[in-house]
Design a protein around this ligand. Structure first.
Ligand SMILES: [Zn+2]
Length: 414
């Protein structure tokens, strides 16, 4: 085992909602975990093999993104879907996912929950990442998303209809080894002939999936946009509601009763709104124009009511990939949903870890957690946009990407 002591760091503490200066983080690169952290100098019997002066940099847990599609191509829809330059083969999707994994880790994203992958490719990618064959964030998988026949995402998803089919489908997915179940409960934006308000899975179908998943300790994420769908999914017990355009007072009460977490994916809407004119098909962009204000007001309401928000971007939708978009999503929470920068950081760290049920090992810088963190030269609590800028990325206690010019880093070997 090698121990590295990262000293003189300003470390983010979600309880304080602030970065605390002059802290150390001691990591064991064998286990990849933090074995000591605190203010000032290390007061521990642990032998330190290497000491690295962080020179006052701002260190926060690595970015976690609870809603990604690693096999989806953000340019697929550009030019009305006419410019489809890829062939939708398993090979293309796999190689594209590998590229996205590298983009993600180089942009400080150290954990993703993939919620719908063509050909179940996220399951293979997860194994490749774990064995060190490819560079990238750690992955929570869902395999292919579940949808009704002809429903949202039916192109690359699994079509099921009725409670029996749902039970069989969810059990089959868990037999293959998925970590999470993704359900398309309502219609959405990027499919013609449906609206975000359409109910697609009924409450019995959703509840059946939840029961099966929870029996095996797995989580359920529900794509839900319209008001009725959000309520039905939350009542059926899904762990996270994704998107959620129409949260009202009744919905807030249902969320509180069931401990529901909201994953906003605001950039999915905002990117189409900002950049999609004349490129994203009109039928899709029109749905964004009709719903974007309701969506942002809905997330603002949930955050103000204290509903836990976990950061997710829907990476893979138009103009919304695996680079700085996750950090930009946090800025949207500040600019458009009334959060403080610290609250926005929490959405992408501790709240994500809790939503994914991995808070024992992720989401904060403390003893026993994996040493996945990012370092910046400015304070994101003063300006959330800092996270979109240059940063160094650490995974399992070792540097895996340098965004900050190297001459600023000094190394002392004990
Ligand atoms: Zn999605």
């Amino acid at each position: 085992m090698t121990t590295i002591n990262y000293t003189n760091a300003a470390v983010y503490n979600h309880n304080a909602q602030a970065f605390e200066t002059n802290h150390y983080i001691v990591v064991d690169t064998g286990s990849g975990k933090i074995i000591a952290t605190g203010a000032g100098f290390v007061d521990t019997d642990v032998q330190i093999d290497e000491t690295i002066d962080m020179q006052g940099k701002y260190v926060m847990p690595g970015i976690m993104n609870a809603h990604t599609h690693m096999t989806s191509v953000p340019t697929y829809w550009v030019n009305g879907g006419e410019d489809d330059e890829h062939d939708d083969s398993r090979e293309f999707n796999t190689m594209y996912a590998i590229k996205n994994m590298e983009d993600a880790i180089n942009n400080g994203i150290t954990y993703i929950r993939n919620v719908g992958a063509a050909y179940d490719i996220d399951m293979e990618i997860k194994k490749m990442q774990e064995s060190g064959m490819i560079k990238g964030p750690k992955v929570m998988t869902s395999g292919r998303a579940f949808t009704m026949t002809g429903g949202h995402g039916s192109g690359s998803g699994i079509e099921v209809d009725g409670v029996e089919a749902m039970i069989h489908g969810v059990r089959t997915a868990m037999k293959k080894g998925v970590d999470n179940i993704k359900l398309m409960v309502t219609g959405g934006v990027l499919k013609n002939g449906e609206t975000p308000d359409d109910i697609q899975f009924n409450e019995d179908e959703t509840a059946a999936a939840v029961t099966e998943a929870h029996h095996k300790g797995k989580t359920v994420a529900a794509h839900v946009q319209g008001a009725q769908g959000v309520k039905e999914a939350a009542r059926a017990g899904v762990d996270t509601v994704e998107h959620a355009f129409n949260i009202d007072d009744e919905t807030i009460e249902i969320f509180k009763e069931h401990g529901t977490v909201v994953v906003p994916t605001m950039n999915a809407m905002y990117a189409i709104y900002q950049y999609g004119e004349k490129t994203v098909p009109e039928w899709a962009r029109n749905k964004v124009i009709v719903n974007i204000k309701k969506h942002f007001a809905s997330i603002t309401k949930a955050a103000a009511a204290g509903i836990p928000i976990a950061m997710g971007t829907d990476a893979g939708t138009p103009y919304n990939g695996f680079e700085s978009e996750s950090a930009y999503e946090m800025q949207l929470y500040v600019d458009k949903a009334n959060m403080t920068p610290a609250q926005a950081i929490d959405t992408a760290t501790i709240n994500c870890a809790r939503a994914m049920h991995i808070e024992e090992e992720y989401g904060e810088i403390s003893v026993g957690k994996y040493a996945d963190f990012i370092a910046m030269t400015e304070n994101p609590c003063e300006d959330i946009a800092v996270i979109q800028g240059k940063k160094d990325v650490y995974q399992n206690g070792v540097n895996v990407h340098r965004g900050i010019p190297q001459e600023k880093i000094s190394t002392v070997t004990a």
